[in-house]
Design a protein around this ligand. Structure first.
Ligand code: PLP
Length: 460
């Protein structure tokens, strides 16, 4: 069936197995969140009703993927599944050389070590936690070159993932292009709320980088969701398939790191891809130190098979329409209740603006962390903080103070129903009604790296 905008979207699949959920009482949830130090990452999954912590590794695999798992060739070297994965990446993304890794950050670690020298500058369209950390650990410094609109949750610009080329140009003028090993470009920028970069902007960036001999490295974790938005919003792309758009995006970049746990519909896995032989050779050598041999990189053969199949399913037009359609449904429902969310509605989740939701809290009282805990207590819905806690500290020890202070409701792919979306919006609305009575928190334990995962809090 051709997609027809007059008919509402529906899932292009049906269910044949379900996972039963434990229902909890409010009293049980109050106790559980206190024991978790008011950090939703420290809750036990069995105490959660609807889990929107992340869309990472939480997708439901298809029967095709599951049967692919049975075809795992668990040879140490040269597994059949490695070649299937390589073929899928070359076919759908067009990159030449690939190395599997246990997940996205494994690829980021290796790529950063291969390409970054001490003192280098890495401009990017907004930071991502693990990506920036690996750039810093390799001796580089991240510089944000995303357009200003991306930092404004009210701004409805359709391509808030775009790069401000004048910001990049200022960095090139200040440091010289030789200090910039690559520009780090995320598709459907996670930290901006799942916001796309336009093909037009990417082409302009490509022309600029070509002139200055700077690579573009693609954080392609959500490239198919970005392609969907290009198809829906960008002139000249209405008639193109997601497959074609994904391929074109990748063709404008020199290499990529991928967390296959998102777009590619698997529970674990990732890879690094690059078109340059020299960088590939170094990376291929390094992967044996950190991940495993270059034909498995920390994955079982069956995992590589599931990724190869997942890549193919992720670029299907009907799949993406239902995927993003469900997120839009939730976002519209939230807006009907007057809940302040980041606009336009993004691709992988709804981002509630905690600064606007709890305007009586200062950023040092962790508004987003507080709100995530309250939402859990209300209904057993698990969300996460994307604000000052996630932003962490600068290499000099000072806190980053991000403009955005958000609670992320991330929707796993092919997992929840529209009725679940209703419950999520209704229970958030109940917290919204009692927002004036909500008090902030203080951090009582802070780990050194990526503190949001393990930090603990107490109520003020
Ligand atoms: C998840 C993610 C990563 C890191 O991938 P992992 O598989 O979690 O290690 C990198 N970049 C972006 C944009 C992500 O969303």
């Amino acid at each position: 069936m051709k997609s027809n905008k007059k008919v509402s979207w529906a899932e292009p699949y049906k269910m044949k197995m379900v996972e039963l959920l434990k229902m909890t009482t409010r009293q049980q949830r109050v106790k559980a969140i206190k024991e978790a130090g008011y950090n939703t990452f420290l809750l036990k999954s069995e105490d959660v009703y609807i889990d929107l912590l992340t869309d990472s590794g939480t997708s439901a695999m298809s029967d095709r993927q599951w049967s692919g798992m049975f075809m795992g060739d668990e040879a140490y070297a040269g597994s059949r599944n490695y070649y299937n994965l390589e073929r899928a990446i070359q076919k759908y993304y067009g990159y030449k050389y690939i190395i599997p890794t246990h997940q996205g950050r494994g690829a980021e670690n290796i790529l950063s070590k291969v390409l970054i020298k001490k003192g280098d500058i890495i401009p990017g369209n907004m930071y991502f936690t693990t990506t920036r950390l690996h750039q810093e650990l390799a001796g580089g410094k991240f510089e944000d070159i995303i357009i200003d609109a991306a930092h404004d949750p009210e701004n409805e610009f359709p391509f808030k993932g775009n790069v401000d080329i004048s910001k990049l140009d200022a960095l090139v003028k200040k440091h010289g292009a030789a200090k910039i090993p690559y520009v780090s470009i995320a598709t459907n920028v996670n930290m901006a709320g799942g916001q796309p970069i336009s093909m037009g902007n990417l082409k302009e960036l490509r022309a600029y980088c070509k002139k200055h001999k700077i690579r573009i490295i693609h954080d392609m974790t959500r490239v198919a969701e970005n392609a969907y938005f290009i198809q829906q919003r960008e002139k000249g792309y209405e008639k193109k398939t997601i497959k074609e758009i994904v391929f074109e995006i990748c063709s404008l970049t020199d290499g990529a790191t991928m967390s296959a746990k998102k777009d590619a519909l698997v529970n674990i896995g990732g890879f690094l891809a690059i078109n340059e032989w020299d960088a590939f050779e170094k990376a291929r050598n390094m992967v044996v130190v950190y991940e495993g041999l270059h034909t498995y990189g920390g994955l079982a053969g069956r995992d590589m098979e599931a990724i190869a199949i997942g890549i193919e399913e992720s670029v299907d037009d009907h799949h993406q329409r239902a995927r993003v359609g469900q997120v839009e449904y939730l976002g519209n429902k939230m807006m009907e209740f007057g809940i302040p969310i980041v606009k336009p509605i993004g691709g992988h989740g709804i981002f509630v603006n905690a600064k606007a939701f709890l305007p009586h809290l200062t950023q040092d009282e962790f508004p987003a962390q507080t709100l995530a805990a309250e939402i859990y207590v209300e209904s057993g819905v698990r969300t996460m903080e994307r604000g000052i806690v996630s932003a962490g500290r600068k290499p000099n020890g000072q806190n980053y103070y991000p403009k955005l202070e958000l609670v992320r409701f991330t929707i796993p792919r092919r997992v929840y129903t529209q009725a679940h979306m209703d419950v999520i919006a209704e229970s958030t609305a109940m917290v919204y009604e009692r927002r004036n009575k909500i008090k902030g928190m203080k951090m009582v334990y802070e780990p050194q790296y990526l503190r949001f995962f393990q930090a603990r809090f107490e109520k003020l």
